[in-house]
Write a protein that binds this ligand. Structure first.
Ligand code: HEM
Length: 405
């Protein structure tokens, strides 16, 4: 339902709820579907809030993802990566197309399905660790973080003996979002450690006549052939690590909490596990954890929603607002595992649509199916009011989730 809330005067982004977007999104969708706002650094940007408009902007060749263009919207207070640290997330065609072509074959469903038994064994191993616990434990630390980080380690060809190091460092990296001085210092150190480590992995491949047929091998071959720079190999590895870990980890943690807070839906799912793939799609839509990452800039004047976005101004197509558009998803604020929201935009839309979505789906399906089967008695071990949400981050999630069996 539309809340008659005026739009905040403060700079964007605005305060959101635990599960819900800022109330102003609903008001904007109804009254001013494309609206100019000001960001913390004073630059203007256009919010797009309706489902159809969000998709149309993301499919429009007149928008760019190049964050080095003046006026490109910046949400995080952190300094933006330098030009030489750019990844294909922030490139346009034809360079963006080249990178997608180089690695997309590793992300197709058929290839990933082969990983199912391995991911299943990984999830089982982590559940073995906790299944006999009589004390409460942190679900994020035991399940949500290590599963996706190990899967990324496989993708990048990190040998098993280095997994403990890799998982430890990637977790320290993510802890930066807690914002404490100690966590930020440790994250900076982890950044340097991972960078050196991945750089060594690449150097080892470069010594081989045949660098291998996995992602790193394909990238090293492309750099040898002069299609990309050596620096691009490292940047792409970083992109996969960052884009594939925090996102999936937060979906697992926040997804678990959502189910625990909707016991009727949880019971339905336990009675009918065939609903799990649908429930995952609904969790993706309802939570839209990656809610402030999709940023663009207009390269030409673009008419949309009754206004003209001038060339050179930033655009923020709000996938969270689109996924909560009642015009597209009736009663969108309701979490309903039987909804089957096939065309949600939690993974974005258009040429930059998440390359890792099939992998994320497989991980989420296995994790939730196994949890419901093996630890059906899992319950919250804290007052829900005490749970800390990363609601100020561009990727929503929870740092800790105390649960008990
Ligand atoms: C892009 C969400 C998991 C790799 C994106 C985008 C979204 C997204 C919204 C679009 C960004 C834009 O349009 O600017 C998610 C969510 C995930 C997830 C919600 C988990 C539930 C993964 C995984 C990987 C991955 C597991 C890889 C291992 C990427 C990459 C891009 C991307 C490389 C950039 C694609 C491009 O620019 O062409 N993701 N992602 N993501 N994602 Fe994911």
């Amino acid at each position: 339902q539309i809340q008659e809330k005026p739009v905040p005067e403060t700079t964007f982004p605005w305060e959101r709820g635990t599960y819900d977007p800022p109330p102003a999104y609903a008001w904007l969708r109804e009254h001013e579907p494309v609206r100019r706002v000001v960001l913390h650094d004073g630059t203007p940007a256009w919010l797009v809030t309706r489902y159809n408009d969000v998709r149309s902007i993301l499919a429009d060749p007149r928008v760019s993802s190049n964050q080095n263009l003046p006026g490109f919207p910046q949400i995080e207070l952190l300094p933006r990566p330098s030009e030489e640290e750019s990844t294909f997330l922030n490139m346009d065609a034809p360079r963006h197309t080249l990178f997608r072509r180089l690695i997309s074959k590793h992300f197709i469903v058929k290839k990933l399905e082969v990983m199912r038994p391995r991911i299943q064994a990984l999830v089982d191993e982590h559940i073995d660790h906790i299944i006999d616990r009589s004390e409460p434990f942190d679900f994020v630390e035991e399940i949500a973080l290590p599963v996706p980080s190990t899967v990324i380690a496989w993708l990048l060809g990190v040998p098993p003996s280095d997994h403990p190091f890799f998982n430890r460092e990637t977790e320290a990296l993510l802890a930066a979002s807690l914002g404490t001085e100690e966590a930020i210092e440790r994250a900076t150190e982890a950044y340097a450690n991972i960078n050196d480590y991945v750089d060594r992995l690449i150097a080892e491949r470069e010594k081989l006549d045949d660098p291998g047929d996995d992602i790193l091998g394909d990238l090293v071959r492309a750099s040898r052939e002069g299609q990309i720079e050596r620096r691009d190999v490292l940047n792409t590895a970083w992109l996969l690590l960052v884009a594939g870990h925090d996102t999936t980890a937060n979906m697992i943690g926040l997804g678990m909490l959502t189910l625990l807070e909707h016991p009727d839906q949880l019971a339905q799912l336990q009675a009918e596990p065939a609903l799990i793939p649908d429930a995952i799609e609904e969790l993706l839509r309802y939570l839209t954890v990656v809610h402030l990452i999709i940023l663009r800039i207009a390269t030409e004047d673009i008419e949309i929603g009754g206004v003209t976005i001038p060339a050179g101004e930033g655009i923020i197509p709000l996938n969270f607002a689109a996924n909560r558009d009642d015009g597209h998803f009736p009663d969108a604020a309701k979490f309903d595992i039987r909804r089957r929201p096939r065309d949600h935009v939690a993974f974005g839309y258009g040429v930059h649509q998440c390359i890792g979505q099939a992998l994320a789906r497989i991980e989420l399906q296995i994790v939730f199916e196994t949890l419901l089967r093996r630890i059906p008695n899992v319950r919250l071990a804290t007052d829900p009011a005490d749970i800390q949400f990363k609601s100020h981050a561009s990727i929503n999630g929870i740092a800790r989730l105390p649960v008990a069996l």
